[in-house]
Design a protein around this ligand. Structure first.
Ligand code: ADP
Ligand code: MG
Length: 601
């Protein structure tokens, strides 16, 4: 996201509205217009009062009243219609904003250096994105339009103050001003700190609650009570203390003041009127005085509704502010340093040249002087003991991290000199435990190629052996995953991730295989999906199942960050070194599995 200085939260939010920004402003303007229209009936009432009082008690002489009545009606209905139109506009742009936050956020996450994900739980990131997008909706759809309306209303009030009688007008305004000060004092300084505290306690309680729910089976099995979940109990008690303090100390006074004065602008109006009455009588303007008083008496009623809207807007603003912080944390995920002049990869090869890499803060290099290459169309497997550096090596290709020394090349060009978009286009990455977003399967797959047609997505899903997943879901591929009983198993998620990569149709595939021995059914389907994905492409795969590397053109054995062996399966399996041992272990494991399965069956 481009930003030099920090614009206001609203401006930052509207960045996501794109073209709908204009619509949003139109909505605000309409809201202002509707407020003015909504106040016009009060002027009509004033006119009616004036005429009535002027002819009193010969009411029949007041002939203009019906016209004023109709006018008031037209203005009132017009105001409502315009307000409706205003909300249409703001809702449309709010929905677009929320949709874009989700979409861009996901896109950004897709492109962010993978290294970022190692240190940030992706589940948390996704939840944040979802929640934050939802939190911005109310602010944009309702709150701001109401704020604009209210501000306009106060503006009009000030004008009316001068038009009719500034003293009675001030009395009405005074009540409103006191209420606003009370609200402001409730939301600032120490109180604001406390509100943050209070919200933290609430968060804490829901976290402990989740843990508690997860632990219910244990509670049932061991016949324990709620009190065995001390953390949960404490969190509830802490929250209840905070809530009590919040209600009792922080809110009570300002809120009482606020409610008292919003609901009773009369308190000021009546004394002022009483004070002014003798003077009006004496000067012979009593009729006008009465008219004005009647006007303000009716008018003051709308002050409270307007202030209530400001209250809502204030809380909407606070929500949106924290939401924005979360969104921007995601949007500011590290981006890669890019070269000033990009070069295009010349072919589909991958090459590691004397690559060493040390993780930030780590004392030992994760990779040391690693060199190997994958020729176009070849399949090369990285194998080796856990912690050997396989994932690290794969992560250097998409530049999730950049090498400490040496170079990684794709198509004979250093990855640092390749436009990240081109690199991402040319290389598809499928990583262990590929994360799916809380979106439909369709969207989850299409994210890798946003302009893909429905048919293309369907074809990719079919090629990735996902038909059984789609068939069992209530709305097929439009089912939102992660909600109400639509969770996918690890193996199923892996297949959806493969569909994503198949759809992307990149010429190079880097693949960190799912850990050994998914359930046999899934494993078979994953193998089929992999076969489709890798056919005719350059593949670098981190293999945990040695069965998949047998056919590889080359096997690189990484141990402790170094290449210790390199060759085909046939060359390595009896070489008496690390690979031979791994192969023997693997065979024993397979034997064991087959024999236990026999026993079970
Ligand atoms: P493999 O995939 O072969 O199991 P990895 O590439 O994950 O091995 O790890 C290689 C080494 O780098 C290990 O010593 C591991 O502890 C270390 N390592 C991996 N990820 C990180 C990280 N994010 N930060 C620091 N050290 C890491
Ligand atoms: Mg690994």
């Amino acid at each position: 996201m481009k930003k030099e200085k920090k614009p206001s939260p609203v401006a930052r939010l509207l960045y996501y509205a794109e073209g709908y920004k204009v619509l949003f402003y139109i909505g605000l303007a309409l809201s202002a217009v509707s407020m003015v229209l909504g106040m016009a009936p009060y002027i009509c009432i004033w006119l009616v009062m004036r005429d009535l009082i002027a002819v009193a008690p010969n009411w029949t002489l007041a002939t203009g009243i019906a016209t004023y009545g109709w006018l008031a009606f037209v203005f009132a209905v017009g105001g409502i219609l315009v307000y409706f139109a205003a909300l249409m506009c703001t809702h449309l742009s709010a929905f677009r904003t929320a949709a874009n936050i989700r979409k861009w956020g996901i896109e950004h996450l897709m492109k962010a250096p993978l290294g970022f994900f190692n240190n940030n739980a992706t589940g948390l990131l996704r939840n944040r994105l979802d929640g934050a997008a939802a939190d911005t909706e109310t602010l944009l759809a309702h709150n701001l339009a109401d704020v604009v309306g209210t501000v306009v209303m106060f503006g009009v009030m000030v004008i009316m103050m001068f038009v009719f009688d500034w003293r009675m007008g001030s009395a009405c305004l005074l009540a409103a001003v006191i209420s606003i000060i009370a609200i402001a004092s409730m939301m600032s300084g120490k109180s604001a700190e406390f509100i943050a505290d209070y919200q933290a306690a609430q968060d804490n309680m829901s976290k402990a609650g989740t843990e508690y729910v997860r632990g219910i089976p244990v509670v049932k099995v061991f016949q324990q009570t709620v009190y065995s979940f001390r953390a949960f109990k404490q969190a509830i008690e802490n929250y209840s203390d905070k809530a009590e303090h919040f209600q009792g100390t922080v809110c009570r006074k300002p809120q009482s003041i606020n409610l008292t004065f919003t609901e009773s602008a009369f308190v000021f109006l009546v004394p002022v009127a009483l004070f002014l009455a003798p003077e009006a009588l004496a000067s012979g303007n009593f009729a006008q005085f009465l008219t004005n008083f009647a006007f303000y008496a009716v008018f003051s009623a709308i002050v409270s509704t307007a202030l209530a809207k400001i209250m809502f807007a204030a809380s909407g603003m606070m929500l949106a502010d924290t939401a924005l912080a979360r969104i921007e944390q995601i949007m500011s995920a590290p981006t890669l340093k890019v070269a000033s002049l990009f070069k295009m990869p010349k072919d589909n090869s991958i090459e590691f040249n004397d690559v060493s890499f040390t993780y930030q803060g780590s004392e030992f290099p994760a990779l040391e002087h690693v060199s190997f290459n994958v020729k176009p169309g070849q399949t090369v497997a990285l194998v080796g003991p856990s912690g050997g550096g396989k994932t690290t090596a794969a992560s250097l290709i998409p530049r999730f991290w950049d090498v400490t020394s040496g170079s990684v090349k794709v198509g004979n060009v250093d990855v640092k000199d390749i436009d990240p978009h081109v690199l991402m286009e040319q290389v598809a990455f499928v990583f262990q435990n590929s994360k799916l977003f809380k979106a439909s399967i369709f969207d989850n797959v299409r994210i890798s190629k946003p302009n893909a047609t429905k048919e293309q997505v369907e074809a990719a899903l079919e090629a990735a052996q996902c038909n059984d997943i789609i068939a069992k879901l209530p709305k097929g591929m439009n089912t939102i995953i992660g909600t109400k009983g639509t969770y996918l198993s690890g193996g199923e998620q892996q297949r959806v991730a493969l569909a994503r990569a198949i759809l992307k149709d990149s010429s190079i595939i880097v693949l960190d295989e799912a850990t050994a021995f998914a359930d046999p059914e899934n494993e078979l389907l994953i193998q089929k999906a992999l076969a489709t994905l890798t056919k005719g492409r350059t593949v670098l795969m981190i293999a945990h199942r040695l069965s998949t590397v047998i056919g590889a053109d080359k096997i690189i054995v990484l141990d402790n960050g170094r290449v210790v062996e390199e060759g085909t399966h046939e060359q390595l399996k009896d070489a008496g070194k690390l690979y031979s041992n791994m192969w023997a272990d693997y065979n024993r494991a397979v034997q064991w599995r087959i024999s236990t399965e026999d026993e079970v069956n």
